[in-house]
Design a protein around this ligand. Structure first.
Ligand code: PLP
Ligand code: COI
Length: 337
C-alpha cells in the first residue's frame, strides 16, 4: 500500500472489504464481509424513487501505543436507529452495529492511517430500501452496509480558517425529515453548498427556517462559539443534527477544561459578540471559523483569521488526545476493534 497519508484529503478510496446485511421477511440476516463494492438494485428500488436512505459517520484511530480504536460507536448506532425509525426503515440493532463496525475495521486494518499522520479511517454505515415500490410507501426489503476509507482534513487549506456565508437557501427537506441523518436532507443541501463554493465560501451557516433569525448549523457540521468570558455556547435547536462531536466537546469543556457551557438559541445578530467560532463533527473535527459573511456584512472573529483561538485549540487538543489515546477517556468513549 502506497499512500501519502499526510496529504490525504476527505474523499473516497476503495478499500478491500465492506460489511453487508440484508433485511427480508421482517428480519436482518446474519451479515457478512464482502469484497464487492458495487450495489446492484432494481430500477424501482425505494431508495431511487423516494430517497429512503440514511447514513452515519464515525472514525477509527491508531493510538499512540498502536491500538486501533473507534470513538463512541454506540452513539452512532443509537442515532441511526432514530434516523431509521423516522424514515420507516427497520432499525439495525445497536449491538450488531458495533460488532459490524469492529469487523469491517479489522478486515481493513492496514488502511487505518499511522498514528501522528493526521489521517484517520472514516467509517460510513448506511442503509436503504431495496425492493421496487411504486406508490409512496416504505420498502419492505433493505440493505445495511458499512464501507471505510482513509481520510485527511474535511476542509482544504490546512490551518487556513473557514469562511461561512449566510445563504438565502433553507436546507429543510420536503415534509421536514427533521434532524435525522437522511439522504434527502443532504440532497436538498447540495445546491446551497455548490452555490457557496462557487462564491468562494467554505460552507453555509444555515438559519432556522421558521424565523431566519437563529443560527442552526452548516452542511456537514455543528457550530460552537466562545464568549468573551470563555463560555462555550452552541445552538439549541431540534432541527439540527445532534452531533456526537458537539456533545463530546461540551463534556470536555466542562469536565476537562473547567469551562462553563450553554446550549441556547443563538441569534445571527449576536455573532459579532463572540470571540471564537468553530465547526465540529466527525469529518470537521474542530475547524476554526474566521469569518461569516451575511449578505455583504462581514463578521470577523477576533481569533480565527490569523491563529486558532485559545479555547478552540484546548478543546481540539483534548478531544483528539482522547481519541488518539494520549489523554484518559471518559468511560465507554473508546472501543478497541
Ligand atoms: N451536522 C451535520 C449536518 C453533519 O452531517 C454532521 C456529520 O455527521 C454533523 C453535524 C456532526 O455530527 P457528528 O459530530 O456526530 O459527526
Ligand atoms: C461526518 O462528519 O461524519 C459527516 O457525515 C459529515 C459529512 C461528510 C456529511
Amino acid at each position: 500500500m502506497d499512500i501519502d497519508w499526510k496529504n490525504l484529503g476527505f474523499g473516497y478510496t476503495k478499500t478491500d472489504y465492506r460489511y453487508v446485511s440484508n433485511f427480508k421477511d421482517g428480519m436482518w440476516d446474519k451479515g457478512s464481509i464482502t469484497e464487492d463494492a458495487n450495489v446492484v438494485l432494481n430500477e424501482c428500488a425505494c431508495v431511487f424513487q423516494y430517497a429512503q436512505t440514511c447514513f452515519e459517520g464515525l472514525k477509527a484511530y491508531r493510538t499512540a501505543d498502536n491500538k486501533v480504536v473507534c470513538f463512541r460507536p454506540d452513539m452512532n448506532a443509537k442515532r441511526m436507529i432514530e434516523s431509521a425509525k423516522r424514515l420507516e426503515m427497520p432499525p439495525f440493532p445497536e449491538d450488531r452495529f458495533i460488532e459490524a463496525v469492529k469487523k469491517v475495521v479489522k478486515a481493513n486494518i492496514d488502511w487505518v492511517p499511522p498514528y501522528g499522520s493526521g489521517a484517520t479511517l472514516y467509517i460510513r454505515p448506511y442503509m436503504f430500501g431495496t425492493n421496487p415500490v411504486m406508490g409512496v410507501k416504505p420498502a419492505t426489503e433493505y440493505q445495511f452496509r458499512i464501507f471505510v476509507a482513509p481520510v485527511g482534513p474535511y476542509f482544504k487549506g490546512g490551518a487556513k480558517p473557514i469562511t461561512l456565508r449566510v445563504p438565502d437557501f433553507d436546507r429543510a427537506a420536503p415534509h421536514g425529515t427533521g434532524h435525522v441523518k437522511a439522504g434527502l436532507n443532504y440532497a436538498m443541501s447540495l445546491h446551497a453548498i455548490v452555490d457557496a463554493h462557487n462564491q468562494g465560501y467554505d460552507e453555509n451557516m444555515y438559519l432556522d427556517s421558521a424565523t431566519r433569525t437563529k443560527v442552526e448549523e452548516t452542511g456537514g457540521a455543528n457550530i460552537i462559539f466562545v464568549t468573551k468570558d470563555n463560555k462555550v455556547v452552541t445552538p439549541k435547536s431540534n432541527t439540527i443534527l445532534p452531533s456526537i462531536t458537539r456533545r463530546s466537546l461540551m463534556y470536555v469543556a466542562q469536565k476537562y477544561l473547567g469551562l462553563e457551557t450553554e446550549e441556547r438559541e443563538i441569534y445571527k445578530e449576536e455573532l459579532a459578540e463572540f470571540k471564537e467560532c468553530a465547526l465540529c463533527g466527525t469529518a470537521a473535527v474542530l475547524s476554526p471559523v474566521g469569518k461569516v459573511v451575511d449578505h455583504g456584512k462581514e463578521i470577523c472573529f477576533p481569533s480565527g483569521m490569523e491563529k486558532v483561538g485559545e479555547i478552540t485549540q484546548k478543546l481540539y487538543d483534548t478531544l483528539t488526545g482522547i481519541q488518539m489515546g494520549r489523554i484518559e477517556a471518559p468511560e465507554g468513549w473508546i472501543v478497541e476493534v
